[in-house]
Design a protein around this ligand. Structure first.
Ligand SMILES: Nc1ncnc2c1ncn2[C@@H]1O[C@H](COP(=O)(O)OP(=O)(O)OP(=O)(O)O)[C@@H](O)[C@H]1O
Ligand SMILES: [Mg+2]
Length: 555
């Protein structure tokens, strides 16, 4: 009998099956007994607190990490691609190479071929090897690779001209697009995306939403962005309570039903507790009384059977973010005069001048992130301007939250306590371990967590470290370049409140509408290098003020 694969079976074989997967890191269990099935045509949203284990779970799915127990089954011919959480990883490669690396084997062949042909003493053996590589290369449609890449890049709204630029010269938004192109290169069957909306502005997020809605691959995406999750997800996968559970429906549906479940367990527990109390009273009153002792025994038995279901502890918690300044700022805060800077042939700052007043909370908004990041780097003396000057007041102390924090963590072997210790003041109080631990505790690092090496921290945990570091400085001016990237909702709320309460001056960049609206009382935006500067809230800015300012700028 001939065996035919029916449609249903094809679908079955194309899925990912997770069987009894558990993961421990140095004795701590992130999740255990995870049994899940992922099928094509669906988009699964992985949610959970910072550090809950979302990236770790993706690494297990992609085969990058072995689970402590259990297995992940994916049929062999399925090609999988991954968008990692770290968008700065490919900085030293060209755009073309980065995208082709989406198909690692193809990339390796190309590099091996290049190395062979570059050899001065090309032997017969090398010739044989080269022809083998050429054959495999042709089999993989290697000759089409460059034009495929160029098509993808243009489809994503980027110009073909950037193919040979280094990744480090691109804006964060362009980088994500290139990395998305990498993840999509060669039509993978399974696409894993770890926080793709970080560094994307609203238009680009919408583009990605449309893309996912039309895509037929099996997609698994980690995100903290509620709107995005609601738009694209068919299922929600929650990493919490030491396990991973799947729910059908989008984020809102998950949220409502999980709240309901919690309430149900709580109500049931309350009823049971009342019953237990009643029984206990009865038993203690009547167990000495002969005529009632039979009843009392029966009730005691009942009592033994009643157990209050343990409410598992959630990993969703609020950190404490509070910035105190050691010294009040004087009247002179910052004066910027005629700053001009060209980056990669583009004038991102063009004769920019402004003065910062005491108490200003300035949000830098708009499309041109490079301009804002460049300005911040100049103000922090990491970059030299081409022209112009700036002057901080003599009473001013600053602390800076950079867009890319990898320099603080990569190749760093310190644990959390020692890492923070690099930034504590040289005095008896701040030098103690308990001082550092109390600081880390407010950022939700407790127990043995504080002895973890910082390089294993999750994206959000690294951000929490950077915030602890800033809180330590007691500065009166804070400069923050997109501080909410990577953070979960609880942490964003904490940072948001911390900045609202801060009595000093804040200069920050963010794409989060509510964050900007509730903190800023002054809005700045760079358009073609020119500064728009308006004392108003963000809502007022986008509903009219911006157009007026733009007209004045252009007129
Ligand atoms: N090699 C390791 N050794 C010990 N702990 C580790 C290791 N790798 C990761 N961890 C810890 O495991 C936890 C889960 O990390 P993971 O990166 O999966 O979190 P996440 O859910 O993706 O968080 P985020 O939302 O912040 O990106 C974190 O507390 C992290 O510090
Ligand atoms: Mg992560």
């Amino acid at each position: 009998m001939k065996y035919e694969i029916t449609k249903e079976e094809t679908k079955e074989t194309r899925m990912i099956t997770v069987n009894d997967v558990s993961l421990n890191f140095s004795g701590q269990t992130l999740f255990k007994h995870v049994d899940l099935k992922f099928t094509p045509g669906n988009c699964y949203g992985i949610i959970g607190a910072n550090g809950a284990g979302k990236t770790t779970f993706l690494r297990i799915l992609s085969g990058d990490l072995e689970p402590t127990t259990g297995e992940v089954v994916i049929s062999k011919d399925q090609r999988m691609s991954v968008l990692k959480q770290d968008h700065f990883q490919y900085d030293q490669y060209t755009v073309l190479d980065t995208v082709i690396m989406g198909n690692q084997r193809l990339y390796d062949i190309m590099k091996e071929k290049d190395a062979l042909y570059a050899k001065e003493d090309f032997t017969d053996e090398d010739g044989v090897k080269a022809s083998e590589l050429e054959a495999e290369f042709a089999d993989m449609d290697g000759w089409e690779a460059e034009s495929d890449v160029s098509r993808l890049i243009q489809g994503l709204g980027l110009s073909e001209d950037i193919l040979y630029s280094e990744m480090s010269t691109l804006t964060a938004k362009e980088k994500v697009k290139v990395l998305l192109a990498q993840a999509l290169f060669g039509k993978p069957d399974i696409i894993l995306l770890d926080e793709p909306t970080n560094h994307l502005d609203i238009q680009a997020i919408q583009w990605l939403e449309d893309f996912i809605l039309e895509c037929e691959s099996l997609i698994i995406v980690v995100s903290h962005d509620r709107h995005f999750l609601n738009t694209v997800c068919t299922n929600i996968v929650d990493v919490d309570y030491g396990g991973i559970k799947m729910y059908v429906g989008n984020y809102e549906f998950w949220y409502e039903s999980s709240q309901m479940m919690q309430r149900l367990i709580r109500d049931q527990n309350k009823k049971k507790e009342e019953k237990i109390k009643e029984l206990q009273e009865f038993v203690s009153r009547f167990s000495a009384n002969k005529s009632k002792s039979k009843q009392a025994t029966a009730r005691r038995k009942l009592l033994d059977k009643l157990t209050v279901e343990e409410m598992p502890a959630s990993s969703r918690r609020y950190p404490f973010v509070g910035f105190k300044m050691d010294r009040e700022p004087g009247k002179e805060i910052l004066a910027v005069e005629g700053l001009t800077k060209t980056v990669d042939g583009r004038k991102v700052l063009d004769n920019v001048s402004f003065r910062v007043n005491k108490g200003d909370k300035i949000a830098f908004v708009g499309e041109d992130e490079i301009a804002t990041t460049t300005l911040f780097k100049i103000l922090m003396e990491e970059l030299e301007p081409d022209e112009g000057t700036f002057k901080w007041g003599t009473t001013i102390t600053t602390s800076y939250f950079p867009l890319d924090n990898s320099a603080f963590f990569n190749d760093c072997d310190l644990n959390l306590v020692d890492w923070l210790g690099q930034y504590t003041a040289d005095n008896a109080e701040e030098g103690t371990e308990s001082f550092k631990r109390s600081f880390l505790g407010r950022m939700l690092f407790s127990g043995d967590d504080v002895y973890k090496p910082v390089k294993v921290l999750s994206g959000g945990e690294k951000v929490r470290c950077m915030l602890s570091r800033m809180m330590l400085f007691g500065s009166n001016v804070l400069v923050l370049d997109q501080p909410t990237n990577h953070l979960d909702l609880e942490s964003i709320t904490a940072v948001n409140n911390g900045l609202i309460d801060f009595k000093g001056v804040v200069l920050f960049a963010s794409h989060d509408h509510e964050f900007v609206e509730t903190i800023a009382d002054r809005i700045m935006e760079f358009v073609d290098g020119k500064l728009i500067d308006k004392m108003c809230t963000y809502d007022d800015y986008i509903s009219g003020q911006r157009d007026e300012m733009l007209a004045r700028l252009k007129g």
